[in-house]
Design a binder for this molecule. Structure first.
Ligand code: G4P
Length: 529
């Protein structure tokens, strides 16, 4: 076995940041890249995003609404490790896309605003992490602003998320009185000195005279010392409990002032797990694919279409799970489609590079013309199918109507192509010529309209169809399923994969159909077959 295959996966850390909008995810991302030396001027990530959007002009909505629609991956190195940061879209409408991105992460950083604590979107994303017991490191941000009492914040995390919390650091006040952060394990103190372009980092021992000078307020220093003693009562950090998703270590800082950011990266280096074995089906059997297994295998968690308008290209983001990938390799999907990977892309902070080789924990972008879909597994043997990338039943259904009916074929192609990205879904009713678009949130419909206009030159409106809800239908008994489909043909359709879908006028109709047909299951999620 190649030596690199043994050692390289252990150096990878794949993580995502989860937060409520405005808690500071973008700022933290940027300053993590900066602190790790991957970019040389904070502001470059945003600037790059801006330039890219202006260039391709396909995410006007993203600009107008100030939200991040597309997710991507950024790689940086620190402490001899390679970190792959998966950027999850923050807006609440994108929970499905976000979920899929989180299936590719081994760890998450949960960013909380010190003044706001757990917010609705934090909770939603946390629940997604909990489905897979992803270990979570907590970062309490914006310490340079007035905030809540840290003890209250810790209780809130503990109560609302049912997680054990262990503060690894303790902040000395917040806002204007913010003095810095103590490392509760080493006893070191990170002094905060506010500066125009960020905070000043300066380490000193807790018991040194310099600390008293730095505090210039004896009562505050005394209070801080007492709080630290109380904080220690949360107990010892237990890495196993963290890795199992039961315990979160808590860090404090200010992403904007770049204060405490390096300590957070150090925490990830120390605690975040390297790639773990992944469950997959191989020749009908459930197996665990080890990162050091020889054969290359991975799964597509994201497809981004039309990154370059002139080429109608797509990039499929493949999370590597095993093997030593080499450029030019031929990989197969579980459906036996062969893909020659000549130009795999690695995503560094500012640049993209051709990937000559890649290991478990790496994310490579594979340019293609629509052959790869979200949830596809790729492997050398073509016999591996990874589990666990679901579709969610859409909460919004719309019928697409064209200003120019002669362009119906074009529209169909556009809708199919955008649905293949996996963000929106497409259903074809068994009766009639309409196609129904399904989305988890209304913003996705707006994004779709905008993209159909800019990328395909079609003016389209979306109307409420006669159906309001969709459920995948399955049964252990094929005959029963077939009889149900035949009997309900006016309410049946198929999804992009040809799987049968029950299209109902209301949730009540679904309940009624369920009562009448106990052998049929009406599913709100579908795992890609
Ligand atoms: P998001 O991606 O989670 O939505 O948040 P983002 O990083 O965009 O940050 C939201 C706002 O919070 C930004 O201010 C940002 O500057 C600010 N912020 C982030 N971290 C800190 C921090 O540690 N301290 C303080 N004081 N502010 C912080 P904005 O005014 O909305 O945007 P901008 O004009 O500053 O870019």
């Amino acid at each position: 076995m190649s030596n690199a295959l043994q050692t390289e996966p252990k150096k990878r850390r794949v993580f995502a940041i989860i937060s409520h909008p405005d808690a500071g995810k973008t700022t933290l991302t940027e300053n993590m890249l900066f602190s790790a030396g991957a970019i040389h001027q904070a502001g470059q990530v945003a600037a790059r995003g801006q330039a890219r959007r202006t260039q391709s002009d396909w995410m006007k909505i993203e600009q107008e609404r100030g939200i991040s629609v597309s997710s991507s991956v950024m790689t940086f190195e620190h402490a001899d490790l390679i970190f792959n940061l998966l950027d999850t879209p923050g807006h609440e409408d994108f929970s499905e896309d976000t979920y899929r991105t989180l299936t590719a992460a081994d760890c998450a950083v949960m960013v909380l605003d010190v003044a706001k604590g757990i917010e609705p979107q934090t909770l939603k994303l946390f629940e997604v992490c909990r489905l897979r017991d992803i270990p979570i490191v907590t970062f309490i941000n914006k310490l340079d602003r007035e905030g809540q009492d840290p003890f209250e914040l810790l209780s809130e995390i503990q109560d609302k998320l049912a997680l054990d919390v262990v503060p690894m650091q303790w902040p000395a006040a917040s806002g204007r009185r913010f003095k810095g952060i103590a490392d509760l394990r080493t006893g070191e103190f990170l002094k905060f000195v506010k500066k125009e372009d960020g905070g000043e980092h300066s380490l000193t021992r807790m018991d040194g005279n310099s600390l008293a000078d730095h505090f210039d307020d004896e009562a505050l220093l005394e209070e801080f010392r007492e709080e630290q003693e109380l904080a220690k009562e949360y107990g010892e950090f237990n890495i196993q409990s963290f890795r199992e998703g039961h315990m979160t270590p808590v860090y404090f800082g200010s992403a904007l002032r770049r204060f405490g950011v390096l300590q957070l990266i150090d925490a990830l280096a120390e605690f975040a797990p390297a790639p773990q074995p992944e469950k997959a089906k191989k020749a009908g059997q459930m197996v665990e694919i080890e990162p050091t297994d020889k054969g290359v295998a991975g799964f597509v968690f994201k497809v981004q279409a039309n990154m370059d308008l002139n080429h109608r290209d797509r990039v499929a983001f493949l999370r590597m799970c095993s093997g030593e990938f080499k450029r030019g390799m031929k990989l197969k999907t579980a459906e036996n489609k062969t893909i020659s990977v000549h130009n795999p892309i690695l995503f560094f902070a500012q640049d993209r590079e051709l990937a000559e080789n890649a290991y478990a924990g790496d994310v490579i972008g594979i340019p293609n013309h629509g052959a790869l879909r979200v949830g596809d597994s790729l492997s050398e043997s073509g016999k591996i199918k990874f589990a666990g990338i679901p579709n969610f039943a859409p909460e919004i259904l719309r019928r697409a109507r064209l200003a120019d009916p002669l362009k119906a074929k074009h529209l169909r192609k556009a809708l199919e192509s955008l649905a293949e990205e996996g963000v929106t879904q497409l259903f074809k009713p068994d009766i009639g010529a309409d196609v129904i678009v399904g989305a988890v949130g209304s913003l996705q419909i707006d994004v779709m309209r905008e993209r159909i206009k800019t990328e395909y030159g079609l003016d389209v409106t979306f109307e409420a169809p006669m159906y309001q809800t969709a459920r995948w239908v399955v049964s252990d008994d094929e005959e029963t399923l077939k009889a149900f489909i035949d009997k309900n043909s006016s309410n049946m359709g198929t999804d992009l994969d040809g799987a049968p879908v029950f299209l109902a006028k209301s949730a009540w109709d679904v309940g009624y159909a369920q009562d009448k047909n106990p052998k049929i299951r009406f599913l709100t999620t579908k795992e890609r077959a």
